[in-house]
Structures are given as C-alpha cells and as structure tokens.
Design a protein around this ligand. Sequence first.
Ligand SMILES: Nc1ncnc2c1ncn2[C@@H]1O[C@H](COP(=O)(O)OP(=O)(O)OP(=O)(O)O)[C@@H](O)[C@H]1O
Length: 484
Amino acid sequence: MDHQPENDQLSSPAIISDRVQVNGIVTPLTLTADGELWWTESGRRKSTAVKDILSFVVESNKVRVKTLVERGGGICCGETAGDYARKDFVFEPLSDESRKLWCDKLHQHLESLGRPKKLLVFVNPFGGKKSARKIFLEKVKPLFEDADIQLEIQETKYQLHAKEIVRSMDVSKYDGIVCVSGDGVLVEVVNGLLERADWRTALKLPIGMVPAGSGNGMIKSLLDTVGIPCSPTSATISIIRGHTRSLDVASISQGTTKFFSVLMLAWGLVADIDIESEKFRWMGSARFDVYGFQRIICLRQYNGRILFVPAPGFESYGQPASCSSVDKESPISDKELGYQGPDAKLEDQEWREIKGPFVSVWLHNVPWGAENTLAAPNAKFSDGFLDLIVMKDCPKLALLSLMTKLSDGTHVQSPYVAYLKVKAFVLEPGARIDEPDKEGIIDSDGEVLARGRRSYKCDQKALMSYDKLQITVDQGLATLFSPE
Ligand SMILES: Nc1ncnc2c1ncn2[C@@H]1O[C@H](COP(=O)(O)OP(=O)(O)OP(=O)(O)O)[C@@H](O)[C@H]1O
C-alpha cells in the first residue's frame, strides 16, 4: 500500500507532497525543505541525499531531476565518481497543474540554496601531469552543466596569464573563479585580485580549486578537513554547493616589492626539493619523494637567521630579539592602488629569533602542502597565524624517517623539529655552510620568490632578491569555495 512519509521521518518540513508516477507505479513523492526527495517504490521508501538536487528538466509529461547521491545510497544507476554518484530521478506528475507546482517548488528550492550561477574557470594545461584539460572535460564540466552553472572557460597560455586576466576582469559578472590546476594558478588569482584598486570587493569573490596540479595542497586541505577524498569530482561538488570560508593571506615584502602567499613559504630542504625537482615534473607528485631522497643523502645546511612574533602560547621558542632589523611599513604612494599588506605595528611586537645553521625553514598557512604532505597538522584557514616548522641539525637517518612521517603530520612531534605559530616573521637567508659561495632558493607557494648566488637556475630572474624579507598575516582576507 502507498503511504506518505511520516513527518517525524523527514529531516525537515515537506515543501510539496503529491502522488506521482515513478517507473509506471503511482506513489507519493515528497520534497523537503532540506532538498530530500522521498518516494516509495515496491513498498520501500527511498530518498536522495540531502541538498544534492543539481537541477531538473521537464521532458514532455515527465520531470527529470538530476541528483547526486553518496556512493552506496539510493537506487538509481549512474556514473560513480569519488564518493558520489550522478543519478537521474524521473517522475511523472498526474496532472498539468501538479507538474507546474512541482517545477515551481523545485525551482524555488534550488534558488534558495545560493549556489553560484556563473563561474570563470581557469584550466592550466601545463600543471601537474598535464591532464587538467582532460579532468575538466570529463569530470568537471559535466557536473557544472548538470547544475545549470554557466561557465566562461579560459585556458591559461603562459605563466601569470591568470593573474593578468583577474587584475582587469569585471568581477561583478561572476559568482566565483575556479582553478582547474595546482596551487600556482590559485596564487596568481589571489595576487591578481589584491592588485586591483577594488581589492576589498574583489577578494569577496569565492575561489574554487579542482585538483589538476602536482601538489594540490589547498584543495587537499579543504576536503580533508571534512573527511572528503581529494578528487576532481568532490572538489567540483563543493563548488556547486556554494559554501565558502575565509582564508588568511600572508604578505611577503622586501622593500617596496610585495607578494601575497596563501599556502607556504619554504627555505632550505623543502624549497630545494620543491623547486629543483621541477626537472622531474613528468613524474607527477612522485617527483617530491624521488628528489627528496636524493637531497637528504647530500644534505645542505644554510647559515642565516629567522625572527618571529610568536602566537599566544608559543612565547618560549627562540631567544628574545630586538626589532631593529624589522622594516617599518613603507609609505603608500598615490599610484599604489592595490592592497598594501596588513596595518601591523611590527616594531611594537615582542620579537624572538633563532640563528642558523638551518636544514629547513617552512611557514604554512593550511595543513596540507601537497596531497601526500601534511606539513602543518594544526594549521587553520583563518586563525590569523602561520605555522612555522623549523629544522636545524638532524642526522640523515632521522631525516629520512621524518620524510615518511610527512604523510600523516607526525614529523612535527620529532625532537629535531620546532613547530609553532607566528603572527609575523622575518627571514634573513644566508649561504650554504659546506660551499659558502652558494646560496639557496626561497620558495613561496611552489614558485621561486628569490634565488641566491649559484643556486638552481640562478640566471633566471625572480621577484625578490635572496635577502631579508618580512611576512605578516591578514586574517581571513581571501574567500574560498569550501565543502562546509
Ligand atoms: N600554458 C602554460 N604554459 C606554461 N606554464 C603555464 C601555463 N599556464 C599556466 N602556467 C604556469 O604553470 C605553473 C604551475 O601551475 P600549477 O600550479 O597549476 O601546477 P603545478 O605546479 O603542477 O601544481 P602545484 O602548484 O599544486 O604543485 C604556474 O606558475 C602557472 O602560471
């Protein structure tokens, strides 16, 4: 016998409930305020997963609802991808009037969700294993189309192309920007938005990531935080749902030159592995492990000094230091319209210092540096602090074992690692101790920020010189599409 779902079985009130035909059988169908569809089939009650109606179309007398259900749930068959399956649910209202009412209610429900309607999508055909185009066409575009999201697609043609577009685009035309790429394009987008005169408004535009690079640290951090596997499908679904979260932005400055970082800054071992392994780009993310092993066997140490303003609770790290080497913020000229970095009174802060030699200095904004690297397990997206991971002297065997611990973040428990949170940071990079005529590389978000003398590809120009640079954090400045 057909029966309506009991109200206490529904997760939220019914928006509409009516008898319809499903697979030729008349059954009650209910749409709840949470976006669940309930119907009975062969005497059993079924439901789609909450809030996973993507869109619907009317096909003659029938209504086709495009849905996503969690793998293993529901009854329809369709493509299974990640933890979700795309399924169509088709029903036939018993009258024209009922069909119109269903369409109105489904439309109202979808409108109430605040999902993005138009997105600018960057596809980087060069990132990672050069598969972004394929990922976009096979995994991303069909889902966006099913969700009725209008796309403006832009393949990036060269380095900084995305930044160039973002700097001058009409932000009011879009509900978000999507990067089908690695973290490099995301950083370009954030920097492009911050260089605009209207950066305050522009930064409210949510940015979504679909993993198609080598590292994919940002999207891994976003999805892993809520226990979702890092896949193009889950990333696309989280963009479709339209939830957002704010993200701290670190301003790195050297004199009047500025760079805005959202992922990390590395100097020493991590930077050398990240940048010098580019010659193994064809290996995908395995390049980091292979080259990492090589770098530890021939370990380098660097002279230098770091200064930092510790977050509350981390005041015991390092030694007290004077703020004399901290630059006062440079005055803003009329020509500089973009964001100038946070208005922090650095000279009034309690600075501490650690002197070299260093094996590695690593600052992290989010937990994952790459899909297999939980660099800073305690990092938060918008706590206003950067996690600092410092390694000084460390035996090679211990270092090799630490490499294996990067995948679950337990490296920070090692007695060879100092792990703390900082509000501001100064790096004074020095030369290698084994070959003092050679210097290192400073890497921010996977790109070279500065190259020292006789370092890898030292003839190529970088944004900053291999010299003192200063970092401050602005809490929650950028906006990301996020699964929750
Ligand atoms: N058509 C292109 N040719 C060459 N480089 C490009 C092109 N389009 C974009 N780029 C540059 O490719 C660089 C790397 O891109 P991306 O971050 O997407 O991949 P990745 O470096 O493999 O991944 P990750 O940053 O996550 O490690 C960026 O600096 C970007 O500017």
